[in-house]
Design a protein around this ligand. Structure first.
Ligand code: GAR
Length: 232
């Protein structure tokens, strides 16, 4: 059975990359992580990838005159590995429209907010400043519109009184770690397919993925069994 090929882009800690790698390592799904590529040579995630026996590569954005030149170099490194899917996992680069086109339908990002709310940076602080009661993470297709591509999966967490950005990030991260591998498996298996109208779910899983069940919405345990409105 041929394996689906997965590339992962990182810029820093790489905990989502590690969670994806560990999730697939624990399951008999026909998926191979063919490369972990960082735009920063100092990214801690490179060591985490090495520890897992994954091939690592660096394309340092500081070696290129502009975004287009860097994205072309990055695209070339990715193309060499022939990935079925590319995950941006804490990859802190805005990607050019050409890069999005080159990987259309096979480029995902995980973003720490319930998109389309709070695109961009500092999401946890902005959520707290606005006083909203739920927060979360979103896996979406990457398009030329920053953080606005079609949504594939979301995880929801409660916001507590007295929360800080750091506490919110800490509560959200384990949910991201559950969400991202599942979303990747949904695309690799053919269960989720990007169409001009958005994600189409319910496709027949490819050979070897029959046991996989996609949960496109994950609720934090504190939210999952609570009534929406307390009465008395
Ligand atoms: C994650 O929380 C991810 O959602 C976020 O950066 C963190 C990376 O952590 N991504 C973005 O903000 C993208 N705009 P990790 O390096 O440990 O996976």
């Amino acid at each position: 059975m041929s394996k689906k090929r997965l590339s992962i882009l990182i810029s820093g800690r790489g905990s989502n990359m590690a969670a994806v790698a560990d999730w697939f390592a624990q399951r008999a799904l026909p998926v191979e992580i063919v490369q972990v590529v960082s735009n920063r040579p100092e990214a801690a995630g490179l060591a985490a990838a090495h520890q897992r026996g994954l091939k690592t590569e660096v394309v340092d954005h500081r070696d290129y005159p502009d975004r287009l030149a860097f994205d072309e170099a990055m695209a070339q490194v990715l193309h060499q590995a022939c990935p079925d899917l590319v995950l941006m996992a804490g990859y802190m680069r805005i990607v050019s429209p050409g890069f999005c086109l080159a990987f259309a339908g096979r480029l995902l990002n995980i973003h720490p907010s319930l998109l389309p709310a709070y695109p961009g940076t500092q999401t946890h602080a902005r959520v707290l400043a606005d006083g909203v009661s739920v927060h979360g993470a979103t896996v979406h297709a990457v398009t030329a519109d920053l953080d606005q591509g079609p949504i594939l999966a979301q995880a929801v967490i409660p916001v507590h009184p007295g929360d800080t950005p750091a506490r919110l990030a800490e509560r959200l991260l384990p949910m991201e770690h559950q969400l991202y591998p599942q979303a990747a498996a949904a695309v690799l298996s053919g269960v989720a397919r990007l169409t001009p109208a958005g994600w189409q779910l319910g496709g027949t899983p490819a050979a070897g993925f029959e046991s996989f069940v996609f949960q496109s919405r994950l609720l934090h345990p504190e939210l999952s069994q609570r009534p929406i409105h307390a009465t008395h």
